[in-house]
Write a new protein. Structure first.
Length: 128
């Protein structure tokens, strides 16, 4: 062979831009993992609350910190992203939205709805 081909053998993430539907698929799987871990955190918080005020104060202080609020914000986004994407899949299960433009639009709407619901939830939580 007189020349050396330096191109990759197959597309990879450095040169290939994933479509919104693929990004939402990855996000859906990731949010499922985050929700599983968040459920363990919820059980820990509930167990601490059941242990009384002194027991809860240890975990409550962590949740009130900036890091705890960041974790709770991430959990809230994961919950809404997984929920909204689940609705999108439910619509697909009914046989609608399979063409590329509608699938792309559905992925965008799902992501934006999750963002809006997350921010709205936190605005309401801090307003009271």
């Amino acid at each position: 062979m007189a020349w050396k081909d330096t191109r990759p053998l197959s597309p990879h993430l450095q040169i290939y831009k994933l479509p919104p539907t693929a990004l939402m698929s990855v996000l859906h799987r990731g949010t499922g993992v985050v929700l599983s871990i968040g459920t363990v955190l919820l059980v820990i918080v509930l167990a601490a609350a059941a242990g009384g005020p002194d027991s809860f104060e240890s975990i409550g202080g962590l949740l009130r910190s900036w890091f705890g609020k960041l974790v709770l914000f991430g959990f809230t986004f994961a919950l809404f992203a997984h929920f909204c994407n689940g609705i999108r899949h439910l619509i697909w299960d009914m046989g609608y939205g399979f063409d590329v433009s509608k699938a792309t639009r559905g992925a965008q709407i799902s992501f934006l709805a999750a963002l809006v619901l997350t921010v709205l939830t936190w605005v309401v939580a801090f307003a009271g």
